[in-house]
Design a protein around this ligand. Structure first.
Ligand code: UFG
Length: 336
């Protein structure tokens, strides 16, 4: 059985991916420093899969600890989620973002080289495309100057991996996520934002619960049919499954190059107002919202061209937007 290290495996996308890995017959070891996750997630994963993944509370900024982990564990592949991810926060504390997102990555890649581990999957983001000139966004769209230190860590991260993969045994796939939403159908794992949510869907579900008074729709003067910004919202379980497809491609040595990258989205864009309306229809809950100014750094529209991932990884999103919204709502209602 192949043993896969999942860093950040107790986080939102990480935990869903751990479930899919175990369902697919992989043995999983998680590293997470609980900076943005809860240890209870480990039990919840076990409840879903009947298997408790191995767990290490390690801070990946600590090079010695990373070295020790790799010296004492035999690993066949790595899915690297662990990173700070709040766009706004990254503007205020850039050095912390560079230290956390870049140092950890470099330390892991060094150990992959030292221990001749080949298979690496990286969490990247559509944010690297900025406002693309053409929609839908293909993988060949130019990488635009990053709008935030967070976005820059994803760009730099890809560059580091590309350079390393040229001269080492490392084979890597970068998955460029569009907007992951929703929760596992068991409603045992989901998104757990700390404090006031920055992202649309958790803000919507918390408003629907009455935890937040009112949702702000950031701008209705964009050049879109209803004036609100457009994104490609993908169910987190579909996204998790894309990681399994990517990992298998590397394990089976089906990759065409030592470093490859794929968009992961649905290929469809929805505006903020469409999301609100779909949420209300699906859940029968009325949302309190108002239109406010645009949020700094937001792009008008971003949705993926998914033909590359469909062709090369035989991956296709399966769940609908309505299913994703209902699962997010069920999850919100279950959170204590
Ligand atoms: N929005 C609102 N009100 C809110 C929150 C969001 O109107 O309270 C709008 C935003 O302006 C945007 C859309 O809803 O138009 C989606 O916003 P999110 O914050 O949910 O997602 P983003 O597209 O801004 O950000 C996501 C990830 C980032 C990643 C980025 C890449 O959260 O990590 O995609 O574009 F960098």
């Amino acid at each position: 059985m192949k043993k896969i290290l999942v860093t950040g495996g107790l986080g939102f996308i990480g935990s869903h991916t751990v479930v899919e890995l175990q369902n697919a017959g992989f043995e999983v070891v998680i590293i997470d420093n609980l900076s943005n996750s809860k240890i209870e997630v480990l039990d919840n994963i076990q409840e879903i899969t009947n298997k408790k993944p191995e767990f290490f509370n390690i801070d990946l900024r600590n090079k010695k600890d990373v070295k020790h982990f790799f010296n004492t564990n035999s690993i066949d592949g790595i899915i690297h989620f662990a990173a700070s991810k709040a766009v706004g926060e990254s503007v205020n504390i850039p050095l912390e973002y560079y230290e956390n997102n870049i140092n950890s990555l470099v330390f892991i890649l060094q150990e992959m080289k030292n221990h001749k581990i080949s298979n690496f999957i990286f969490s990247s983001s559509c944010t690297i495309y900025g406002q693309a000139d053409e929609l839908p966004i293909t993988e060949n769209s130019p990488i635009k100057p990053a709008e935030s230190p967070y976005g820059n860590t994803k760009q730099i991260g890809e560059e580091i991996i590309r350079d390393a993969s040229k001269v080492t045994n490392i084979n890597a796939i970068s998955l460029r996520y569009f907007n992951p939403i929703g929760a596992h159908e068991s409603i045992k794992i989901g998104e757990l934002p700390i404090g006031i949510p920055q992202n649309l869907i958790p803000y919507i579900t918390q408003t629907a619960m009455g935890i937040r008074k009112e949702l702000s729709v950031f701008g209705d003067d964009y050049n879109t049919p209803d004036g609100t910004a457009i994104r490609d919202y993908i169910h987190v379980v579909d996204l998790a499954k894309a990681h399994i497809s990517a990992l298998k491609r590397l394990i089976d040595k089906r990759n065409n190059e030592s470093f490859e990258f794929f968009n992961v989205g649905t290929g469809k864009g929805n505006s903020v107002l469409e999301i609100i309306q779909k949420f209300e229809t699906a859940t029968n809950v009325k949302l309190n919202y108002k239109i406010t100014d645009r949020r700094a750094g937001d792009v008008t529209a971003a949705y993926a061209d998914v033909s590359k991932i469909q062709k090369e990884l035989s991956w296709q999103n399966e769940k609908t937007l309505t299913e994703a919204l209902i699962s997010a709502w069920e999850w919100q209602k279950s959170v204590k």
